[in-house]
Ligand binder design. Structure first.
Ligand code: FO1
Length: 331
């Protein structure tokens, strides 16, 4: 076989002013919103200083492939391969595979780009060969030049299931096929009783010199709760000596992207910063809210930081990451 040229490893685009944390940092992250802050942390911290615990509740079997959307969003984001318009998948995609599927009258509601397809096919092959999701994820990260530890929350089956007025829907059916339109009544996690955290997740959270645990601004119900619901993860976080800081995913009562505010309303949660604080009340030491929510600061009982949390540019991502780590150090 001709030696294919190895994918050039983009050396980590290091931010000029790296921040020296006394110890490693753990980020808890779901999809698009969380991945933005994860990138900010990645760019300002030293190589290997960052471990990212990633939601796998969105994973599903589709066209015979095992798809791990949040793992892929974080992987592509840190490898600078991500599609910045959609927030998911790769940029500069081609869609020959989807066009061919359509001609076969196959399912095309879940868009798989030709480049993106490689990760799903290779992951599925290696899972079928008995490798763990953690080992495969670490191997992909290494091959794509990522010097952070990408940690699936569990290697076990764990699926977010959305109970709506239209019946019980798998996550991707609700989120993509139905465009998150159905009214949510309850969110359940299949596999919650039998899943266990990966060894790497427990090791990351129990590092003796851990300097901060950052809950990224992902959807609390769809992206962060699945991670905290894996038996043992919440306990491990509480046992950690590191300060736990959450960045609210709401700005002015709305989510930056996605159905967070809609779901909060449907689950009759007020779309306020203090509702976010209460949601994580067993875990967090501090909360970061946006400038527009400054007035809500008085309703928050824990230490809180009011700063810009909207991340449009790379600098915004780095700035918020720096602010979060500095705030964590002050707790
Ligand atoms: N989201 C969509 O709204 N439409 C899609 O067709 C779609 C395809 C897709 C393919 C790969 C992948 O990793 C993610 C994809 N997503 C798509 C996003 C995905 O549903 C969400 O990113 C997460 O599950 C929620 O954060």
């Amino acid at each position: 076989m001709t030696e294919t040229t190895k994918q050039l490893k983009p050396d980590k685009q290091q931010s000029s002013n790296e921040i020296r944390m006394p110890g490693p940092v753990v980020a808890i992250c779901g999809g698009v919103g969380g991945a933005k802050l994860a990138l900010g942390l990645y760019r300002i911290l030293e190589p290997d200083a960052l471990s990212i615990i990633i939601n796998t509740g969105d994973d599903f079997e589709h066209l015979g492939l095992h798809i791990s959307p949040d793992i892929d969003t974080v992987t592509y984001t840190l490898a600078d391969l991500n599609n910045k318009e959609t927030g998911w998948g790769r940029r500069d995609e081609t869609w020959t595979f989807m066009k061919s599927l359509e001609a076969l009258d196959a399912e095309t509601w879940f868009m798989l780009g030709d480049g993106d397809l490689a990760i799903h096919v290779e992951r599925s092959r290696r899972l079928a060969g008995g490798e763990s999701l953690s080992a495969i994820t670490a191997s992909f990260a290494r091959n794509l030049g990522i010097s952070a530890n990408l940690l699936p929350m569990t290697n076990d089956k764990f699926s977010t299931v959305v109970k709506t007025k239209q019946g019980v829907l798998s996550f991707q059916d609700y989120f993509v096929r139905q465009q998150a339109k159905p009214c949510v009544e309850r969110i359940d996690f299949d596999g919650i009783d039998s899943a266990s955290p990966s060894d790497e997740v427990l090791a990351a959270v129990s590092q003796p010199n851990l300097s901060a645990i950052i809950i990224c601004p992902s959807n609390p119900f769809l992206s962060i709760d699945p991670i905290l619901s894996v038996p043992g993860i919440k306990q491990a976080i509480r046992a950690s000596s590191a300060p736990v800081v959450c960045i609210s995913p709401l700005i002015g009562g709305h989510a930056v992207k996605g159905p967070t505010a809609k779901i909060m309303t449907e689950l009759s949660f007020p779309t306020t910063a203090s509702a976010i604080e209460n949601h994580y009340s067993e875990l967090i030491d501090g909360l970061i809210i946006d400038l527009v929510d400054r007035d809500e600061s008085v309703d928050i009982s824990r230490p809180n930081l009011v700063t810009k949390t909207l991340m449009n540019s790379t600098e915004d991502r780095e700035e918020l990451a720096r602010a979060a780590l500095k705030f964590a150090k002050s707790l």
